[in-house]
Write a protein that binds this ligand. Sequence first.
Ligand SMILES: Cc1cc2nc3c(=O)[nH]c(=O)nc-3n(C[C@H](O)[C@H](O)[C@H](O)COP(=O)(O)O)c2cc1C
Length: 232
Amino acid sequence: MITIEQWIFRKHNKSLNKVDEMDIEKQKIIQSDKMMNDTLNTIISRRSVRMFTDKQVCDEDLRLILDAANHAPSAHNQQSWRFIVLRETSKNELAKFVNSKANDFPRPSSTLLRMASRSIVSAPVVIAVANTGKLISHGTELFKVDRDQAYDFFRVMEIQSSAAAVENLLIASASLGLSSVWLGVLVLIKNEVLQFLQEPEGEFMAVIPVGYAAQQNFGPKKQPLDAIVKYM
Ligand SMILES: Cc1cc2nc3c(=O)[nH]c(=O)nc-3n(C[C@H](O)[C@H](O)[C@H](O)COP(=O)(O)O)c2cc1C
């Protein structure tokens, strides 16, 4: 194992005494070197994909993806999430249900619901994520603060925990050569979807179709860091 300074030195054969020059050079090299780190590469190259080929997702990959989701951090370690796997009939029924509900909404929500329905049909497997409500009930009892405030706080904590699980799921899928998309638009019909999923106690989070991309997606471009980062 060599230090980054030694590595830069070997690569560029420059004097380590030239601190300023080296710092700039080091940043560039660290960045380009880290692009070769598998984790960062997967995170950076992941893109939402909405249409899939017929190729099935094998059970082993599905299990790895679900396990990665389950390893997300969670508020108070409550792991307050549920993953519901839909394939074939249940998946197609969900798609049909979402499509039928689109008629109840004006555009563009109706269009987004129909698009979501098409992605669900297209994917060989769909994973729905719901919060259990466990953290909300335990936490609200535990925290001796106003009930509404506690409810609001723990609901946000549950949503953030499940969002971390969803992101893990997307990244794990990408790492296995699979594609996916986070479908949040179903929140518009969240209670009906929960009934459909037979998870009436919880709160609906998202539906994620997973499969092999029908077409590679390279966009959209992300904002430059300068525009969104402030150093204080
Ligand atoms: C909370 C959340 C909800 C989303 N909901 C939808 C959705 O309902 N339909 C959809 O097509 N994409 C949805 N997306 C995917 C975004 O459109 C996508 O992440 C964004 O355009 C950036 O593209 P990228 O994922 O390829 O980087 C959602 C993403 C997030 C994080």
